[in-house]
Design a protein. Structure first.
Length: 331
């Protein structure tokens, strides 16, 4: 089978978006026969019907809709490329794309983006040249995928975390630079009414993980689950993991209903902590994650420097002073 034509996929998406061949042709600046010819060629190539007649205009078949999603992604990439080209042509490159996992997006990154937006508005009202504006686009993404995005140039920067217990889980080579922002301690999330919760509320002392060795556990993403297993192994037990979710709200609800306990980042607890739950500090120096900024090593744009500076200032309000992890000798 011949390779799919990217333009044909974009055309298919435009047909879905506009609802007719004529409207898609107008949006793309082509003739309607040219649009029809592309669709016929793509259908012949796939051996399936992609577009059907509807009462008003046309509709995509299920396989047509599936291919249209790829067309939409291609169109979005082209739009981003045009924005970047425009920035270069103006002598600046002030539109940055950053990726980060949920808890970091909702705290450090979100606050940074708001600060930058407010600064832009203030500068604009004072008559500052628009070429000096810094604009940021944000997307949620877990660290392994974020590293790939920065390495391939699909993202300009990533705010990622890494665990001292898993020194090799991220493949960061010399083409990338990691700049630490600080340390985010992990917490043991339990019900206040539980034995662990009551003991902590009384003593306010950090909890040893062995206190939860007999509990059911709720794990997070694949990386967080691996970290839980390492920490538990160091404490001398294997956790009974019954549920897995990287949704903090789901984790809270499960713990609240007595379905288990969980390790959560302190950043998550800053967003919201239900009144009948308690997030206990853990008596293990390895129960934390390091958070930092990942960029391409040769990327020296002033806009990226400005972003790093703002992220660093914001992170001070959320994280402990950054440390360099020693590589633990773990089996």
């Amino acid at each position: 089978m011949a390779e799919l034509n990217p333009q044909s996929l974009v055309t298919l998406w435009q047909i879905e978006r506009c609802g007719s061949f004529s409207a898609a042709a107008k949006a793309l600046g082509w003739s309607q026969p040219a649009i029809s010819q592309q669709v016929k060629k793509l259908e012949s190539q796939c051996g399936m019907q992609l577009v059907t007649r509807a009462v008003r205009g046309v509709e995509l078949t299920p396989v047509g809709a599936m291919l249209a999603r790829h067309g939409e992604a291609i169109a979005d990439s082209l739009a981003q490329a045009q924005l970047q080209l425009n920035d270069y042509q103006r002598g600046s490159f002030a539109h940055l794309r950053i990726v980060a996992p949920p808890s970091i997006c909702s705290t450090i990154v979100a606050k940074t983006v708001v600060k930058i937006s407010m600064a832009n508005e203030a500068d604009e009202s004072s008559g500052m040249d628009r070429r000096d504006r810094l604009e940021v686009s944000l997307a949620q993404m877990e660290p392994p995928q974020a590293v790939e995005q920065v390495g391939s140039g699909e993202a300009d920067a990533a705010i990622i975390f890494r665990y001292g217990t898993l020194p090799h889980f991220l493949q960061i080579d010399e083409s990338l630079t990691f700049e630490p922002l600080g340390v985010d301690p992990l917490r043991l999330l339990v019900r206040k009414a539980s034995d662990i919760g009551r003991a902590y509320e009384k003593s306010r002392e950090a909890v040893d993980l062995t206190a939860a060795r007999g509990e059911h556990w709720i794990a997070g993403c694949a990386t967080c689950r691996a970290n839980l297993l390492k920490l538990a192994s160091r404490a001398g037990f294997k956790p009974d993991i019954r549920h897995a979710t990287d949704d903090y709200w789901a984790t809270q609800n499960l713990v609240e209903m007595g379905m288990g306990v969980s390790l959560v980042p302190t950043l998550d607890t800053k967003l919201h902590l239900q009144s009948d739950l308690v997030a206990c500090p853990i008596a293990d120096v390895n129960a934390s994650r390091q958070i930092g900024i990942l960029t391409r090593a040769n990327d020296t744009r002033d806009s990226l420097r400005r972003l790093r500076e703002e992220l660093t200032r914001t992170a001070r309000g959320y994280l402990k002073d950054h440390v360099t992890y020693e590589q633990p000798a773990l089996e």
